[in-house]
Write a protein that binds this ligand. Structure first.
Ligand code: 4NP
Length: 156
């Protein structure tokens, strides 16, 4: 099983959006038995909560399921139980790099690293911008490219 963990600051806006979109893509490509998806936040503030209303609204509009998803904080063990850790911005990367116990763990990248023809390198946080549409656009493109990358790299 290939395990992908999306990471953002609060785990209520961007990373759950990515988790739901990516899981939906994986399912549509018939790869649910090969790729497992999860998300986590750097901070503990929203642990146990469902995705933010703006993210839910966006996913409802796109008919992408998110049932049962609950925020959780990242744990050092996540470095060992995941293959790809995909962060939303540079701040997430810095926080993740400050965690210990990560020597032999997941590969750490940012979602926008997978999109070649863009100058956008960070996924803006709609918790602060209020623009869930733009975030959705970027996350959905990033997820599509990430899936292609994983398929090519793992020959699946
Ligand atoms: P996210 O957005 O990292 O995309 O989930 C945030 C949600 C909540 C907070 C920060 C960012 N917060 O500070 O509560």
């Amino acid at each position: 099983m290939i395990r992908v963990l999306f990471v953002c600051l609060g785990n209520i806006c961007r990373s759950p959006m990515a988790e739901a979109i990516f899981r939906d893509l994986v399912k549509k490509e018939g790869l649910s038995d090969k790729i497992d998806v999860d998300s986590a936040g750097i901070g503990p503030w929203h642990s146990g909560k469902a995705p933010h209303e703006g993210t839910r609204e966006m996913l409802n509009r796109k008919q992408i399921p998110y049932d049962g998803m609950k925020a959780r904080q990242i744990h050092t063990n996540d470095w060992h139980t995941n293959d790809y850790m995909v962060a939303m911005d540079d701040e997430n990367i810095t926080s993740l790099q400050e965690m210990t116990d990560k020597e032999e763990g997941a590969v750490l990248t940012k979602l926008m690293d997978y999109v070649d023809e863009t100058e956008v390198t960070n996924v803006p946080d709609p918790y602060f911008t209020g623009d869930f549409d733009y975030t959705y656009e970027l996350v959905s493109e990033g997820c599509w490219r990430l899936l292609q990358y994983i398929r090519e790299t793992n020959n699946i």
